[in-house]
Design a protein around this ligand. Structure first.
Ligand SMILES: [Zn+2]
Ligand SMILES: [Zn+2]
Length: 774
C-alpha cells in the first residue's frame, strides 16, 4: 500500500483485534492484575466528543499498563436505566412514561435498548477503546438488578436506609424526587414584588419573588433585633388576596437588610422554609400538586408560572403591590431537564450519609488522585452535603425497590436474596402478622444506586476473581459528586474499603473556549471527525492536554495528527526499504553515531515511561512527536541513508539503530495511536518480533542515561550547514567543502565520515566554520 488509507486499515485492525482476542482478559495470564472500573456510558444514541476525549485518555493508560506487563482487567458496561434512559425512549418512541402502564413502558425500554445498544457501543470500538467487550454489563440487566437490590437489602438490614415523608427536592416536569447532586444552579431573571400584608390595621410590607406561594404562607418572620417590627411579634398578619392570617414570629434567621426585613415563610419555598416550619412546628399548607400545578381555589390547575402571573395581576388590581423590580438570582434547577426545583412533601427512601462526612473525607485521603487538584473538589462536595442520599425515584424504568408494605400494620417486608431480582409490583407478598396481601413498592431506585456498585458488578462478571479495591477509576469531573462519591459511599458502607487505589479525572471539551452544548449548536461530532480523518488522529488530539484540563477543539490539531500519521507511514516505508537485508539482530559493535542516537532514544523512553506512570500521557504525545520529526526523520535517517545505500562499513550498525529507533517510537506512541502503529508493526516487524500484536508486546526498556553531547554538537553543525545551503538557495544535497572549528573536529572525529555523507562534503577542514560550494 503506497498511501496510508486509515479507513481501510482501522477497520482491518479492529477485526484483527477481535479475531485474535488481543484484549481478552485472562486471569491465568502473567503479570499483576490492573483493574479498571470502566465508566458505563449512558445510552443516549451516540458517543459525543466529551466521551471520545475522556475514554481516549483512559485508554492511553490501559494500553500503556498492558504493554508494561500488567494483566489489564478492562470490562465494558452501559448505563441504561433511570431518568436519562426514560427520556431517551420517550423521545425515540414518542411516548410519555407516566401515561403508560409501568410494565408496558419497561418492556418498550428493554426492547428499544436491545436495538440501539450494539450501535451505541460500536462508536467505542471504532475509537479503538481496548476494553474486553466480552465482559459487558448493563445497569438494568438481571445481574445488575440483583446486585443493586442486594445492596439495598444489606444496607437496610444494617439500619442505613430509611423511608421518610418530608419536603424533598422535586422536579415537577419529570415528576420525581431528585438528589442534591442533580441540582444545577441557573441564573434567571425574576420579578421582586413588595406586597401588602395587613397587621394590626397597618400595612406590613413583604418582598417576594414567588407570589404564587401566598396561599402556602404559614408565618412571617421578623428579626428580634429589628426595632421596626418589635411590636408586631406574636400578632397575626393577614395574607393578601387570601382569607387567612398567619403568626408574626421572631426568628434570628430573618435578614434585616434583605427586602423589607420581613420574611414570608411558605410550605415550601425552599429548604430554608422547610427547616423553619419544622423548627417552629407550624402546620404546612400545601398548594402544589406533584405535576407543578396549583391545587387551591381559585387557581386550581394553573401551572406555577401561570399562577404567578394571575396572582400578580390581581394584587395589582387591588393595589396590594407597593414596589416591583427586576432582579437576577440563582435558582436550583434539575440537571436532566432544566426545570426549577420545588420542595414537596413526599415519602422517599434515603441512605444515611450526613453523619459520615468525616469518614468520607478520610476515605478520599486514602486514594491517589490524578490530578491532585480534583481531590479538593471531592472534599468540597462532602463538606457541603446538606441531605441524606435520596435513592428513590417516582419513575418507571429503574431497578425496583425490593420491598412491600403492609397497609394494615405498616410493617415493611424485605425481599429475600434468593428471589432477586424481583419486581414487588408484580410479585405478591403477604404480611405474616396480618395475614393479608402487602403492597409492593412502586418507586424505583435512582440509577446511581446501581452504577455506584460498578466495581462489584464488573467483578461479578468473572466470579469476583478480581478484588476490590480496583486499580483505577477513570471518569470526568462533573460526576465527582455523583458517581465517584456514591461509589465510595457504597464501598465504605458495604465493605469498609476504598473502591479503587487511583482515580483519574478528565476535563471537558470546549469549542472556542465555550462548553459545547446542543442547544447552543456548537457541537463537534466525533463520528464525523473519525470519518474525515481517523480514530488515531482524534485520539492524538485527545492526548493534547494534561489530565484534568479542558481542551478546546480545533481542527488544526486534528490536521497535525493527520500529518504525523502520514509521516509515520512514509518514514516506516523508507526505513524498511533500507532494511531489506537486515536480520533483526544486534551487530557485535555499533558505530559511534548510532550508539549516540540510541542513547538519545533511551532518554526519551525514560521520560515517557515516567510520564505514563504518572498518568501524564500528553508527555508521550509531545515528546515522541518531536523526537520523531526532528531527531529521527530530519536528522538520523538522513545521516545513515548513504551508509546503508552504498553498502559502507557499519551498515548493519545503522540498520540496527534504525530498526530499534522506529520500533521504539511506534511502541511509545502505540497507546495513543493504536491503529497505525499496529499496521506498521504487522506489516514490517512481525517477521522479526515474536509478539502477535504491538499492543501486547513489551514496553521498551531503558537503561542508565548517558551523555550524548557529541551527538548534539553533530546535529548543531549539520543545522548550520543546512542553513548556509538555504541562504545560498542551494539544494540540500549540493556538494560542499566544509570547514569547522578545530575543537569541534576533535570532538566529533569518530563521526566525520557520517558528517561528510549527510552534508555531501567533498572534504572537511578545520579552522572556523565555513561552507564553500563546489
Ligand atoms: Zn426534571
Ligand atoms: Zn401487617
Amino acid at each position: 500500500m503506497d498511501n496510508y488509507d486509515s479507513k481501510k486499515v482501522e477497520e482491518k485492525i479492529r477485526r484483527f483485534w477481535d479475531k485474535e482476542k488481543i484484549f481478552k482478559f485472562d486471569l491465568k495470564k502473567k503479570g499483576r492484575v490492573y483493574s479498571i472500573d470502566t465508566p458505563p456510558p449512558t445510552v443516549s444514541g451516540k458517543m459525543h466528543i466529551g466521551h471520545a476525549y475522556m475514554y481516549s485518555q483512559m485508554d492511553f493508560v490501559a494500553r500503556f499498563r498492558r504493554m508494561f506487563g500488567l494483566n489489564v482487567f478492562y470490562p465494558f458496561g452501559t448505563d441504561d436505566n433511570g431518568l436519562p434512559t426514560e427520556r431517551l425512549i420517550e423521545k425515540l418512541k414518542n411516548v410519555k412514561s407516566k401515561s403508560m402502564k409501568r410494565e408496558e413502558f419497561i418492556k418498550l425500554c428493554l426492547k428499544t435498548l436491545k436495538e440501539i445498544t450494539p450501535g451505541f457501543i460500536q462508536d467505542w470500538r471504532i475509537l479503538g477503546i481496548s476494553a474486553d467487550y466480552s465482559l459487558c454489563y448493563s445497569t438494568i440487566d438481571d445481574n445488575s438488578r440483583r446486585l443493586s437490590q442486594k445492596s439495598f437489602i444489606e444496607l437496610y438490614k444494617k439500619g442505613l436506609i430509611y423511608k421518610k415523608g418530608f419536603p424533598t427536592l422535586w422536579c415537577p416536569e419529570c415528576q420525581t424526587s431528585v438528589a442534591q447532586a442533580e441540582l444545577e444552579d441557573k441564573e434567571i431573571p425574576s420579578l421582586f414584588s413588595t406586597l401588602k400584608f395587613n397587621c394590626n390595621g397597618k400595612d406590613l410590607l413583604i418582598a417576594t419573588t414567588r407570589p404564587e406561594l401566598l396561599g402556602a404562607c404559614v408565618a412571617v418572620f421578623v428579626n428580634p433585633k429589628d426595632k421596626r417590627y418589635a411590636d408586631l411579634i406574636g400578632k397575626k398578619a393577614k395574607v393578601p388576596l387570601f382569607d387567612f392570617e398567619v403568626p408574626v414570629i421572631s426568628d434570628e434567621s430573618a435578614d434585616m437588610e434583605k427586602g423589607t426585613g420581613v420574611l414570608m415563610i411558605c410550605s415550601y419555598g425552599d429548604k430554608y422554609d422547610a427547616e423553619a416550619i419544622n423548627r417552629h412546628k407550624l402546620e404546612p399548607r400545601i398548594v402544589l400538586n406533584l405535576d407543578g400545578t396549583l391545587k387551591i381555589k381559585p387557581y386550581e390547575g394553573l401551572k406555577i408560572k401561570e399562577a404567578r402571573k394571575k396572582i400578580l395581576e390581581e394584587l395589582k388590581e387591588k393595589n396590594l403591590i407597593t414596589e416591583q423590580k427586576q432582579i437576577s438570582h440563582a435558582v436550583n434547577t434539575h440537571d436532566k431537564c432544566g426545570t426549577e426545583i420545588e420542595f414537596l412533601p413526599t415519602e422517599q427512601w434515603f441512605i444515611k450519609i450526613l453523619d459520615k462526612k468525616k469518614k468520607f473525607i478520610e476515605q478520599g485521603n486514602k486514594i491517589k488522585w490524578h490530578p491532585e487538584f480534583m481531590h479538593k473538589r471531592y472534599d468540597n462536595w462532602v463538606n457541603g452535603l446538606e441531605w441524606d442520599w435520596n435513592i428513590s425515584r417516582d419513575r418507571h424504568f429503574g431497578v425496583p425497590i425490593p420491598v412491600w408494605q403492609c397497609e394494615k400494620c405498616k410493617g415493611i417486608i424485605i425481599a429475600e436474596e434468593k428471589d432477586l431480582p424481583v419486581d414487588p409490583t408484580t410479585t405478591k407478598k403477604k404480611c405474616l402478622k396480618c395475614k393479608q396481601e402487602a403492597k409492593g413498592e412502586e418507586k424505583v431506585l435512582d440509577t446511581w444506586m446501581t452504577s455506584s456498585i460498578s466495581p462489584q458488578i464488573a467483578s461479578s462478571l468473572i466470579k469476583e476473581k478480581v478484588k476490590i479495591p480496583f486499580s483505577l477509576r477513570p471518569q470526568a469531573h462533573d460526576i465527582i459528586r455523583t458517581w465517584l462519591f456514591y461509589t465510595l459511599t457504597k464501598s465504605l458502607l458495604h465493605e469498609n474499603k476504598i473502591p479503587w487505589e487511583n482515580v483519574m479525572v478528565s476535563g471537558f471539551v470546549t469549542l472556542g473556549g465555550e462548553k459545547m452544548s446542543k442547544s447552543k449548536g456548537n457541537v463537534i461530532s466525533p463520528q464525523e471527525v473519525m470519518e474525515k480523518y481517523s480514530a488515531d488522529t482524534l485520539r492524538f488530539w485527545a492526548a493534547g492536554s494534561k489530565l484534568g484540563e479542558d481542551l478546546d477543539y480545533q481542527e488544526k490539531d486534528i490536521v497535525a495528527g493527520k500529518k504525523f500519521e502520514t509521516k509515520l507511514w512514509n518514514a516506516s516505508r523508507f526505513v524498511f526499504m533500507n532494511l531489506k537485508d537486515f536480520n533483526g539482530k544486534k551487530p557485535k559493535s555499533l558505530i559511534k553515531i548510532d550508539e549516540l542516537f540510541l542513547r538519545k532514544l533511551n532518554s526519551l523512553v525514560k521520560s515517557i515511561t515516567g510520564g505514563f506512570e504518572n498518568y501524564e500521557y500528553s508527555k508521550a504525545k509531545i515528546e515522541t512527536e518531536k523526537f520523531f520529526w526532528q531527531m529521527f526523520c530530519d536528522n538520523y535517517l538522513e545521516i545513515v541513508k548513504k551508509r546503508i545505500y552504498n553498502n559502507k562499513k557499519g551498515k548493519e550498525s545503522a540498520q540496527y539503530a534504525l530498526y530499534t529507533g522506529l520500533l521504539t517510537i511506534l511502541k511509545l506512541i502505540a497507546p495513543i495511536m493504536p491503529f497505525i502503529t499496529e499496521e506498521i508493526y504487522l506489516e514490517n516487524f512481525k517477521k522479526t518480533e515474536k509478539d502477535k500484536s504491538i499492543h501486547i508486546s513489551k514496553w521498551p526498556e531503558y537503561g542508565k542515561e548517558g551523555k550524548a553531547d557529541e551527538f548534539d554538537l553533530f546535529i548543531s553543525i549539520l543545522g548550520k550547514i543546512r542553513q548556509e545551503k538555504t541562504n545560498n538557495k542551494k539544494a540540500m544535497n549540493a556538494e560542499i567543502i566544509l570547514t569547522i572549528e578545530d575543537k569541534d573536529y576533535r570532538q566529533i572525529k569518530e563521526m566525520i565520515e557520517d558528517l561528510k555523507d549527510v552534508a555531501n562534503a567533498r572534504e572537511i577542514k578545520t579552522g572556523g566554520f565555513g561552507v564553500e560550494f563546489v
